[in-house]
Every structure is written in C-alpha cells, then in structure tokens.
Ligand binder design. Structure first.
Ligand code: MEV
Length: 323
C-alpha cells in the first residue's frame, strides 16, 4: 500500500567536510599567439590530465599547501597568484575567509603549454564552491581565473582560462561570445613534451616586440587566424587530412614568430616521418609540448618515434565527434 505523505529527501552540505575538486589541462590546436591580437583560435581540454584541490577544515588560519612545490605554504594575504584566486573567489561567493587548508597538487607539467596555472586556479575555486555549497555562474569563475592569468602572463587572450573552465572544445575570439565546435570526425592527438619548460609571458612579450617592429608580422598573425578559421570548417566537415596540413602550416608561421625551438621542430619532423597527418607546437612555445594528429593506424608508431626523438613524456588524447 502506498503512503499519502510525500517523502522529501533533503541534502545539507556540511561545512567542515573534506572536498576534492579538479580541473583539466588544455591544448591549443590552432591560433596561439595570434589569438592575443584578436584572431580566432581553437583549444580543447585534456580531461585525463588534471590539477586537484582538496579543502579540509582546520583550526589554524587559512592556508594553501602546494604539494608539488615542496609543500610551500601560501597564506590568504600573500602576494602569490593563488592567494589572489582565493580572495577573488570568496568575494564573488560573498563568504568570510574560512579556517581551512587547501592542498593543491597537479599532474599537469608546469610551464609546458598545457594550462597548469589556469587549471590550478579553477580547481581551487571549485573546491571552495563545494565547501560552502555555493553556486556562482561559470562566467564569474572564468573572470576570476582570467584575472589571475594576468599575473602569470601579462596580457593573456583568455583562451586558456575559458577552455579549462568550460572544459569543452572552443573556437575562441577574444572579447567575443564563446563558440563550441561540432566535430564530424574524431580528432586523435599525440601530445609530446620536449622536457624544456618555458614561460608564456616572455614569449608573448617577444612576439609583441616583433609585431611592433616588423611590418610582415601583422600578415603572419592574420594568416594564423585564417588557418584557425579554415581548421574549424575542416573539423566540422571531418576532413582530418586538411586539418593535418593546416597544423603544419600553423607551425611554420609560429616559427616565423620565433616561438618554436630546435626540440619542438625536431619532434614535429619526427611525428611527420612516423605517419602523423600534421603536427605543431602547442601553447606559448619555446619548449613545452607539441601535438601530432594521428589515426588508429599511425598512433603507435608516432608515439614510439617521438620517444626515440627525445620526447620526455608522450600521451594520447582524443576529441570525440559530436555529430
Ligand atoms: C598560451 O597558452 C597561449 C598564448 O596564445 C597566450 C594567450 O593566448 O594568452 C601564447
């Protein structure tokens, strides 16, 4: 027999519990550097590679413990970018500073073009939201991470924080609404790390100097934008051969912007010799990671050849088709 009384299940989040949140790494498929100048770019998350933030109540004042930096302690008032993440997040949430420890760790290599800084910021905001059981719009999270990206990168385009906060493949034009991309054919990538770290800020600043000094650089920036827009169409129509060619062309233009390196060029050549459809550096360049477009027939060989060519870490990631 049924009951006449409605049954309600009420979930009350307990402040003081322990929460772990995370955020994905990213790769830029097309358009890095040119995106700073208003050209389009394409980026996708790497959901299997993440940064983590774990919040736990303590009876000590607020602190962040950066596990990957020898357990460095970061305070609420400090001038570390992560202190700023917390201050901005608590302000947006309209809550007081809690007595908690946030332990941060990341599987994303630092200064390698995979968005480690933006992913750590995003993971911290998510764990604070969980802790206080508060919801703020994703756009507000994105704005906070962007503010902190400015400390890391000077004049970021906003692509890194956006792809990481939304965790979806995006076609991104600075100051324009975010566009998600429909994909006809899966995009299977091999990501290979040169093992050399390189900060984005000086690379972006050098490109700026070149842009202001040499007339032909404006054309290079525009050509990269055209490649990104052609690549969007190639993804929408599932033309991965064209997509591969566009990656190679994009890499050549990035060489002209002086943001490639001998190691990146060597890995791009190695991937192509092993049967990749295309390859290019990804992110700020001068080190960090390159990406190669592969299929099921070529992926194993490309991975092996990249390792033999000196790649320090190689893994696969796939953007699944959406239609
Ligand atoms: C860094 O991941 C991408 C750059 O285009 C810088 C930016 O967009 O802010 C190099």
């Amino acid at each position: 027999m049924g009951t006449d009384f409605p049954v309600f299940v009420v979930c009350v989040a307990t402040i003081g519990s322990r929460f772990v949140s995370s955020a994905a790494a990213k790769v830029i498929l097309f358009g890095e550097h040119a995106v700073v100048y208003g050209q389009p770019a394409i980026a996708m998350p790497i959901s299997s590679l993440r940064a983590y933030a774990e919040v736990e109540s303590t009876n000590t004042p607020f602190q962040i413990i950066a596990q990957d930096l020898n357990n460095k302690i970061i305070t609420f008032e400090g001038d570390d970018p992560l202190s700023q993440v917390v201050r901005l997040a608590l302000e947006a949430m309209n809550v007081p500073t809690p007595d908690v420890s946030i332990v941060v760790r990341s599987d994303i290599p630092i200064a390698s073009g995979l968005g480690s800084g933006a992913a750590i910021s995003t993971a911290i905001i998510r764990c604070l939201l969980e802790y206080f059981d508060v919801v703020i719009p994703r756009e507000a999270i994105n704005e906070i991470v962007y503010e902190v990206e400015k400390i890391h990168h000077g004049t970021p385009s906003g692509i890194d924080n956006t792809v990481i906060v939304y965790e979806q493949a995006i076609y991104y034009v600075r100051d324009n609404p975010i566009e998600m991309i429909g994909i006809q054919n899966q995009v299977q990538l091999v990501v290979a790390d040169t093992g050399t770290t390189a900060l984005t800020k000086p690379a972006v600043a050098d490109v700026r100097r070149l842009y202001e000094k040499e007339e032909n650089i404006k054309q290079v920036i525009e050509d990269i934008g055209t490649i990104a827009s052609d690549a969007k169409q190639a993804m929408q129509s599932g033309n991965n051969d064209l997509l591969g060619n566009l990656m190679l062309k994009n890499h050549e233009f990035l060489q002209k912007l002086t943001v490639s390196s001998d190691e990146l060029d060597r890995l791009v050549d190695a991937a192509m010799s092993a049967g990749a459809k295309g390859a290019k550096l990804s992110g700020g360049g001068r080190g960090g990671n390159m990406i190669a477009l592969v299929d099921n027939n070529s992926s194993e060989n490309v991975i092996e050849v990249l390792k033999s060519a000196g790649a320090k870490r190689v893994f696969e990631t796939t953007l699944e088709k959406t239609s």
